[in-house]
Design a protein around this ligand. Sequence first.
Ligand code: AMP
Length: 305
Amino acid sequence: MSLLVIGSVAFDAIETPFGETGKIVGGAASYISLATSMLHNNVGLVAVVGEDFDMDFVKNLNDRGVDTTGLQIKSGEKSFFWHGKYHMDMNSRDTITTELNVLGDFDPIVPTNWKNPEFVMLGNLSPDVQLKTLERIDTRPKMVVLDTMNFWMDVALDTLKEVLKKIDVLTINDEEARQLSGEYSLVKAARVIREMGPKYLIIKKGEHGALLFGEEEEIFFCPALPLKEVFDPTGAGDTFAGGFIGYLAKVGKTDFESMKQAVIYGSAMASFCVEKFGTEKIAEISEADLNNRLEKFSNMMKVQS
Ligand code: AMP
């Protein structure tokens, strides 16, 4: 089924205890599109970049079947830039720089043939743009998933709350869930956040896995795969979201059982993302790699009765 993705497509500079990069391709929608295109070939991207952007990356997305007709390239302008630095434990990071550049006045254009998508992934960017994109879609999709971050809770909370009323699933990390709800307990936080609009909430806990909260207060937990080395966690959340919605768009289902499977797909995808800097690893894995990893997840969680 058709899947429309919006979000930042950007340049990042990343510092970890293992090293640092210069400017490399990043952005929420870059990770999401790479992950979804592993599972599904009916993906459209709505985003904006400056004329400085790496067009080889866009070509790579096209080769993987992603329709980039909705990607605007602004001449004379610079792409969004984010510089992050991870602490020793790799679970927390500081944002050193956020330069919105072309994202500052981004007016999303949804191409005519993408106005009736069955699945929509509103990746991380301004809630105002997320809202505008939804308004420019003609029919209510089967499922709308939204990812956001503390930055937008700090600067655009009212608009974020407006978008939350129009979506089905919110994915955020534990710290952001606590900030948004004002509750420390994640179970209480989930109840407060679901009352804001989304029927389902996914709380990402980095190396400690992900929690899916459902309509009847059901909870599903999927651990993260313990890895010998976590090289760079950037984009793991976006890759998770891409794997999650990519799986649902592939099977065309939105029930809770399918969402549990989707959480496992998202976790398997994210486990690759952290193994190299930026988008490098997620761009090079094969279907066989993914299937091997899904089997590892399944074995890790199996108990004999
Ligand atoms: P994650 O590690 O999943 O939180 O996502 C990291 C990606 O988010 C990076 O590639 C950044 O380019 C992108 N990013 C960081 N800050 C923002 C922001 N304020 N709006 C949109 N994207 C952002």
